[in-house]
Write a protein that binds this ligand. Structure first.
Ligand SMILES: [Zn+2]
Length: 450
């Protein structure tokens, strides 16, 4: 069942205020959106006019051991945010500086339960991740930016006298079912804006990648689980991942200042970009439609031999080295036509509770109501059946594709095989059914469980 323990700010939250009761500019006054495992508040600062049509969320500090980027974001907010908000009147933005306050206090990547919050966006096991999802579900930002630090001195590179070059790298959702996935023209225009910003502010900028000891290079994961993929899939919005180079003891003072300046300049750049694209960002319908083809399995593609830049530790100069196995793309390998709905037996309480926690809408099948469900391939046209004791989850709702990826039996990201959703004696039986049609399926008559 959903945890509503902390969505409404309580008196204990000090200066926090209730959602919807904010002054025109939040400034230093925070909005408490939930609590960490150890009871620390997660506080959002909001800037701009509350009824400005475009809403942007900047989230930082999911990993508690990345204080540098948080510091830079903080610096940007202190110095620029109010001025920026006054100028860009079509936009309001919210800043969550510390998404993992316990981790930040202890300087650990994980939260106090040992959970990596940026792998928790499907499971929502951590109260911190649940708080972020609840806030997004209510405030409905049109664009989310997730800020991190990355270690440029990977051990296997340092052994070769090298480090990764980017002061700032970015990535977009790579799951091919995301409406705004890498390669989408809107995201390409955002990348170009940041590229121009990097040229002007003279920092090194590129696409985020993970460099293996075997010389391979790949972008971030297409798996749902991190904020970038999951929030894009669940809320049908563009999400930008920012990875600023983690300053090291070995960096010069100038280098440290450079990275901080890169974060601040990019904050201004992506907010400006969002403001310029306010109409596009706010106009898009976000409901998934039944009968859409949705990629449920994928593969990495575009295998290339490329030269990529590295920094030589001795000279601090950039050199270009060949990389044989760069796979810059992810492509759908199998698509499935979205059904009208999925029917889940009510006996699957754990599964329904999990879907409720994500806020998916559903309703109960009514007595006597008939549904056409998918037949086995050799059974021809199926006869309508009644589905007593089933919850009907329509696809036509925000996050319909995410719902499909989670419970579609054919999906690579299906959660259906997880032991915690199984019932005794299940064997290989898949408990959900694809509902192809029913005249009364509609998300207008179901209750949102958020
Ligand atoms: Zn991180």
């Amino acid at each position: 069942m959903p945890q509503h323990d902390s969505i409404v700010a309580r008196a204990a939250c000090g200066s926090a205020q209730l959602i919807g009761a904010l002054p025109p500019s939040a400034g230093e006054t925070g909005l408490c959106i939930g609590y960490s495992v150890l009871g620390r508040p997660l506080t959002v600062q909001r800037y701009g006019t509350p009824d400005a049509p475009l809403r942007v969320l900047l989230m930082c500090g999911q990993h508690g051991d990345e204080p540098a980027v948080r510091q830079a974001l903080r610096h940007f907010c202190r110095r620029e945010a109010e001025r920026f908000a006054a100028k860009e009147t079509r936009m309001q933005f919210a800043v969550l500086e510390t998404a993992n306050p316990d981790g930040f206090a202890a300087r650990t990547r994980h939260n106090a339960q040992g959970i990596d919050l940026n792998r928790d966006h499907v499971w929502l096991r951590a109260p911190e991740t649940r708080a972020v999802h609840r806030f997004i579900a209510r405030w409905r930002p049109h664009f989310v930016v997730d800020l991190h630090n990355y270690p440029s001195r990977r051990e296997h590179l340092v052994r070769q006298g090298l480090r990764l070059p980017w002061d700032l790298s970015i990535d977009f959702p790579t799951h091919p079912a995301a409406r705004y996935a890498h390669g989408h023209p809107l995201l390409a225009s955002l990348a170009e804006s940041l590229e121009r910003c990097a040229q002007k502010a003279r920092f090194r900028f590129g696409r985020y990648g993970i460099h293996g000891a075997d010389g391979s290079m790949r972008h971030g994961t297409p798996k749902p689980g991190d904020a970038r993929n999951t929030l894009a899939l669940k809320f049908d919005i563009p999400v930008l991942l920012i990875e600023a180079r983690n300053p090291s003891r070995n960096d010069s003072r100038e280098d440290r200042i450079m990275v901080r300046a890169a974060v601040e300049a990019s904050c201004a750049a992506f907010l400006q970009w969002a403001s310029r694209h306010a109409e596009v960002l706010t106009a898009t319908g976000r409901e998934n439609a039944s009968s859409e083809r949705v990629p449920v399995r994928y593969r990495r593609a575009g295998r290339q031999s490329v030269e990529l830049p590295f920094v030589q530790l001795q000279s601090n100069e950039v050199c270009w080295l060949p990389c044989e196995r760069y796979r810059p793309e992810v492509r759908g390998r199998r698509t499935r036509t979205a059904p009208a709905a999925y029917a889940v037996p009510l006996a699957r309480r754990a599964l329904i509770g999990f879907l409720e926690q994500h806020g998916f809408a559903y309703r109960l099948a009514r007595p006597g109501e008939r549904f056409v469900t998918e037949a086995a391939p050799d059974q021809g046209v199926p006869a309508p059946v009644s589905l007593p004791g089933h919850a009907i989850f329509p696809i036509h709702q925000v996050g319909g594709r995410f719902l499909m990826l989670l419970i579609e039996p054919d999906s690579r990201s299906s959660i259906m095989t997880c032991p915690e959703f199984a019932m005794p004696g299940d064997g290989a039986v898949v408990p959900v059914r694809r509902v192809l049609s029913n005249s009364s399926i509609s998300n207008s008559e179901v209750t949102l469980n958020d």
